[in-house]
Design a protein around this ligand. Structure first.
Ligand SMILES: [Mg+2]
Length: 178
């Protein structure tokens, strides 16, 4: 169950504290695409989120996209941002994040994963010893399978909150939809 506990929970990517990450020795970010940077299936990225990636890069962070989306979709956003991408990553498999680590050329202890899903992004990250940052999903439009996973995810988050493993206030906004 510890592998499902995010190290940080923030409303969105823009709320991530880069200075805090640097203090923790984090030098690289593996960032999810769908519902983290872009509403699910959307062809365009919010300019503010693109700017956040630019800012992270300007502050010296290495950034790579790691997405279960098709490689072409992942690559189109990566090209836009001037960073590498791992598409069809098959998160939460460790392989997905290992491929990202190869792109960043950093050890696991210096890398944070940013994503909106507990069972793919957080679980996969924690299993490899990466710092896991959970963000609220940008949209509620998702594949049928993901919808089922969201229900389980909310159940699990409530359980983690009851045990005091996650901050109940931080997850409030993503609960209560079932
Ligand atoms: Mg996602």
């Amino acid at each position: 169950m510890k592998l499902l506990v995010p190290d940080a929970i923030v409303p969105g990517v823009k709320d991530i504290d880069l200075a805090d990450l640097r203090q923790r020795g984090i030098a690289g970010l593996l960032v999810d695409i769908d519902n983290t940077l872009v509403p699910w299936g959307n062809p365009q990225m919010d300019q503010a989120l693109a700017r956040w990636i630019e800012q992270a890069k300007a502050e010296g962070f290495k950034v790579c996209l790691v997405s279960n989306a098709l490689p072409e979709r992942a690559q189109s956003f990566a090209d836009l941002l001037g960073i590498p991408a791992v598409g069809r990553a098959m998160k939460p498999l460790s392989r997905a994040f290992r491929r990202g680590l190869v792109q960043l050329q950093l050890p696991p202890g210096q890398v944070a994963v940013v994503g909106d899903q507990l069972f793919t992004d957080v679980f996969g990250a924690k299993r490899l010893g990466l710092y896991a940052i959970l963000v609220n999903p940008l949209s509620t439009v998702e594949l049928g399978f993901t919808k089922i996973m969201r229900k389980l995810e909310r159940k699990m988050l409530r359980r983690l909150a009851r045990r005091g493993l996650v901050d109940a206030a931080a997850i409030r906004s993503r609960l209560g939809r079932d």
